[in-house]
Write a protein that binds this ligand. Structure first.
Ligand SMILES: Nc1nc2c(ncn2[C@@H]2O[C@H](COP(=O)(O)OP(=O)(O)O)[C@@H](O)[C@H]2O)c(=O)[nH]1
Ligand SMILES: [Mg+2]
Ligand SMILES: [Zn+2]
Length: 323
């Protein structure tokens, strides 16, 4: 599995860095300390130390893969602060970049909050892609409908949200009110949460509401409320007074899953799971096979046609190498 291979590669990298770190501490640079990457830029990163202070750190090329949420060792050197080593990740959310290369979006995440809104118009398939990615990463996901104060302009968005509730996901409707923010705070608890979803749905605004002290850049909508403008360009981590962190991620319209094993798509569809393993063929793709329990559930209406179509859309996007 691609995931396991990555982890082993990372472990080797960490071991390597640990050795280097010990060597450098023996050479006298023994002031390296623990920290968390709170924002990642091309050659630098902002590291928050254990006391909550932030430091702009240089990133060596061998640590170029660090992302928001990564735990690191960092130190002061003659040329400024630098990250010296990466600690093992507890979890990571990956997606391919524009060139199709797999990249982590955020590390050490406990919860993925998929944010939708009445506007911009939600895409069910994008939500499903996030849910599949969350399942593969072993990270719990919730669906949040923001801008509930605008439901009148798109009541269908609530119907969509309730469909996710019906299949067993935790969902929440929120707006800028204090009571909605309290509900959201309660839902997040002290978990580290990454907010994902289309640009303009209000991810940065939600984080603003959760952290009244931090001044996030919230983009003004360029064309009324219908089209979001992209302002957040790198994932950023914010510490919550309640404990845990929240991670703001750049808005993305598409979420490629071409890198995953197609057999991992169906288990990412919560309501399919009860039927998996009941198909006549053990390697059933749930597309055209005889004796397919998923197709039978679709016939009976136990699986919704929209969700099944979304499943097919994701599977058909994956190159047929292993399938
Ligand atoms: N009416 C309404 N507008 C909101 C709400 N949350 C965010 N917005 C607006 O939506 C726009 C996009 O918000 P932003 O946080 O930048 O979205 P992001 O791209 O997902 O981070 C901004 O103009 C916000 O003021 C909300 O709950 N209700
Ligand atoms: Mg934003
Ligand atoms: Zn099947």
């Amino acid at each position: 599995m691609a995931n396991r291979r990555l982890t082993e590669q990372q472990k080797r990298r960490i071991d390597h860095n640990e050795t280097k770190r010990r060597k450098s501490s023996m050479a006298g640079h023994n002031d390296d300390a623990l920290g968390t990457i709170v924002a990642r830029y091309s050659k630098t990163a902002i590291v928050r130390d254990e006391a909550g202070n932030t430091h702009k750190c240089h990133l060596r090329p061998n640590l170029a893969h660090l992302v928001a949420g990564d735990r690191v060792f960092w130190l002061h050197s003659d040329t400024g602060a630098a990250v010296s080593a990466q600690l093992e990740r507890r979890s990571e959310l990956n997606r391919p970049d524009a060139r199709g290369q797999l990249k982590a979006v955020a590390a050490n995440v406990d919860l993925i909050a998929v944010v939708i809104a009445p506007a911009p118009e939600p895409f069910a398939n994008l939500i499903d892609r996030y849910l599949v990615a969350a399942h593969i990463a072993g990270i719990e996901a919730v669906v949040i409908l923001n801008k509930a104060d605008l439901l009148a302009i798109n009541p269908e968005s609530r119907v969509l949200l309730n469909r996710y509730k019906e299949i067993g996901l935790t969902v929440l409707e929120i707006d800028p009110s204090a009571s909605a923010t309290r509900n959201l705070n309660r839902l997040l608890g002290d978990r580290t949460t990454v907010f994902v979803g289309q640009s303009g749905v209000g991810k940065s605004s939600i984080i603003n509401r959760l952290l009244p002290n931090e001044d996030l850049r919230v983009g003004a909508l360029s064309e009324g409320v219908l089209k979001g403008r992209h302002t957040t360009t790198t994932a950023e981590v914010f510490q919550r007074p309640e404990g845990g962190c929240i991670i703001d991620s750049p808005g993305i319209r598409e979420f490629g899953l071409q890198h995953i094993d197609p057999a991992l798509v169906a288990p990412g569809f919560e309501e399919f799971r009860a039927f998996l393993g009941q198909c006549r063929f053990r390697d059933c793709k749930h597309l055209v096979e005889k004796g397919c329990a998923v197709l039978a559930a679709l016939e009976r209406g136990d699986i919704g046609a929209d969700r099944y179509d979304s499943f097919v859309n994701i599977v058909r996007d994956i190159p047929q190498k292993t399938y």
